[in-house]
Ligand binder design. Structure first.
Ligand code: C5P
Length: 233
């Protein structure tokens, strides 16, 4: 029901799957790893056509290391942040309530909880379309079955479910001609620490995700020259 409603509000339009011998769509997938600090990758990241960031990622104050452009910002309700008019919001729905939140966030603003309190609305330019759509439209929803597809086909079901970042890598492999991956990898203690904050839980590890497996898959893809991987520092 929620799924149908969301798909009604955000109708399918053109597809990212278009291809042309005349264009090469380069994409930077920027994870939130602390290994970006001191990397000076900023200008290199900003040089890409599409720059994908995740959840509460920030750029202000970190431009030299992470760049300042964002074209696709991927989030789920609990990690929602306001966006500027030039950034496309992509919702990765993990549960039906997430789709209900999206509909509500752009209509009644009545959904204020999923399994915890959250933003009842989010600022984003409201030309609404479904993934995998492109062009000038600003809000997209990832087909929910994509999560299962990534878990089964790309991770051999390791981890409870794929991380948002790893799904972004797979999404980029589907919609970009050339993929470069930045900001992925645990700190020296094995924790997924963010580049903008101190780690609160020193035993976080990689949370519910198979972080080791995800990292291994990225290295394999890099070795097979399917993507460029920038390890950071
Ligand atoms: O923590 P958050 O999910 O917002 O980070 C975005 C993505 O970046 C993660 O889903 C994960 O794939 C990746 N990440 C990482 N190593 C870190 C932090 C995040 O690979 N230290």
């Amino acid at each position: 029901m929620a799924e149908r409603k969301a798909f009604e509000i955000f109708p399918q339009q053109e597809s990212f799957m278009d291809s042309s011998p005349d264009r090469c769509r380069t994409c930077a997938v920027v994870g939130n790893s602390v290994n970006l600090l001191g990397s000076h990758y900023g200008p290199l990241i900003d040089f890409h056509d599409v720059i994908m960031r995740f959840n509460t990622a920030r750029t202000v104050g970190y431009e030299g290391d992470v760049g300042n452009k964002t074209t696709l910002h991927i989030m789920y309700p609990e990690s929602a942040v306001d966006l500027d008019d030039h950034t496309h919001l992509i919702l990765f729905p993990f549960k039906i309530r997430d789709l209900e939140w999206l509909v509500s966030a752009f209509t009644t603003k009545s959904v204020t909880m999923t399994n915890k309190g959250l933003k009842s609305t989010v600022k984003a330019n409201q030309g609404l379309r479904l993934i995998l759509s492109s062009s000038c439209t600003q809000v997209k929803v990832l087909y929910p079955g994509f999560i299962q597809y990534v878990h089964e086909n790309w991770l051999g079901k390791k981890g409870r479910y794929p991380s948002t970042g790893f799904m972004g890598v797979v999404l980029a492999m589907h919609i970009c001609d050339e993929v470069s991956v930045f900001g992925f990898g645990a700190d020296k203690d094995g924790n997924w620490r963010h580049y903008w904050e101190e780690l609160r839980n020193k035993h976080y590890g990689t949370g519910p995700h198979g972080g080791g497996q995800e990292y291994k898959r990225i290295l394999e893809l890099a070795k097979r020259k399917k993507l460029n991987f920038y390890r950071g520092f």
